[in-house]
Design a protein around this ligand. Structure first.
Ligand SMILES: [Zn+2]
Length: 343
């Protein structure tokens, strides 16, 4: 090994907290490691909360680590709510953690909606967290849109979550683009979200390219309109020329078109066909139906579905004019379009 490689290796060991390995390597390779440098690393381990690594390292380096320093760190960890590190340190040096302080920390965690940290604190005390603190925690979680933590907190408190909090949570989830938890919160509350909320949620998901969640929100919003629910999806072939002047679909479809032949990489010449969908297909059965109908009725096997801001869909299919391939990718133009190539 060259000196440079040895040094890199030693640095890697030190960064990972493997000080004795670093020291051994340096001795074999006759590379000097200063006490000062090792001391800094031990300090760093303690800052990171790596108590056992710091103690092991200090033994290997022959650097004394006074008990008082460790106790100071325990207090620091506790103040910062780093319960795991505090507990590890107290176990190693054999000093019990101050009960009062842990109770305060646990309570604080719950009041901030940090369910797991709060539970961790009470676990150390070998006590069940008080019901009222769990309820506070659940309530905060719901307000922040942390549906599952909120639910868990109420479950541990053995209480049913209040309907109004569930609705607040569901709405918050939708505003954060979390379709699944939002829908679950509303369902548990036996309430129906507004179409608008769902549309906003869908838009956020589509912008962030989380297509499944976006489509779920769109489909849910369609179902709210009872008249739409049972209606089958209408398919209508439309020429690009007609499409351009059509008022049947929101502007955002513009820019939707063939991008590249996946076989010969041609990006210019295509023969295209477009079909307007009266609404966006749901995942599963409706998708299968669309696949089958496109194939049997229109002889289109490869196509891309774009779902735009007004819930309408646009099917695009293209044949490469150069090589005749039907595997052509589409671009959506507008980022909020949902787009997927069917093969
Ligand atoms: Zn081609």
């Amino acid at each position: 090994m060259t000196d440079e490689k040895v040094l890199t290796y030693i640095k890697k060991c030190l960064d990972a907290g493997r000080m004795s390995e670093a020291i051994e390597t340096s001795e074999i390779a006759k590379v000097e490691l200063s006490k000062e440098e090792l001391k800094n690393y031990i300090q760093k381990y303690l800052e990171n909360g790596w108590v056992s690594k710091a103690i092991e390292g200090s033994k290997a380096a022959g650097i004394e680590l006074p008990k008082e320093a460790l106790i100071n760190y325990i207090n620091k960890y506790l103040d910062e709510g780093r319960i795991y590190s505090a507990n590890e340190a107290s176990r190693i040096i054999g000093i019990p953690l101050p009960r009062e302080k842990i109770i305060i920390i646990g309570r604080e965690c719950f009041s901030k909606g940090k369910l797991n940290a709060g539970l961790e604190a009470y676990k150390l005390l070998k006590e069940n967290p008080p019901v009222e603190e769990l309820i506070i925690c659940g309530s905060v979680c719901f307000k922040e849109g942390q549906y599952y933590s909120g639910l868990e907190a109420y479950k541990l408190a053995n209480k049913n979550p209040p309907v109004e909090e569930l609705v607040i949570c569901g709405t918050k989830c939708f505003n954060l683009g979390q379709t699944t938890s939002g829908l679950e919160a509303y369902e548990l509350a036996s309430k129906t979200p507004t179409k608008e909320t769902l549309r906003v949620c869908a838009e956020i998901c589509l912008l962030e390219k989380r297509h499944e969640e976006g489509r779920k929100a769109l489909v849910a919003s369609q179902k709210i309109d009872d008249t739409n629910e049972e209606k089958p999806i209408g398919i209508k072939e439309i020429s690009l020329k007609e499409l351009r002047s059509s008022k049947e679909i929101e502007e955002s479809w513009k820019g939707f078109g063939p991008e590249k032949c996946l076989d010969c990489e041609n990006e210019e010449e295509f023969k295209e066909r477009f079909f307007l969908l009266s609404r966006c297909p749901a995942v599963g059965k409706e998708e299968e139906w669309l696949d089958k109908t496109m194939k049997e009725k229109y002889r289109v096997e490869h196509f891309t579905v774009g779902i735009f801001g007004d819930n309408k869909g646009l099917v695009g299919s293209a044949v490469c004019a150069r090589c005749g391939s039907r595997k052509v990718s589409f671009e959506s133009g507008e980022t909020r379009a949902y787009i997927e190539l069917k093969r």
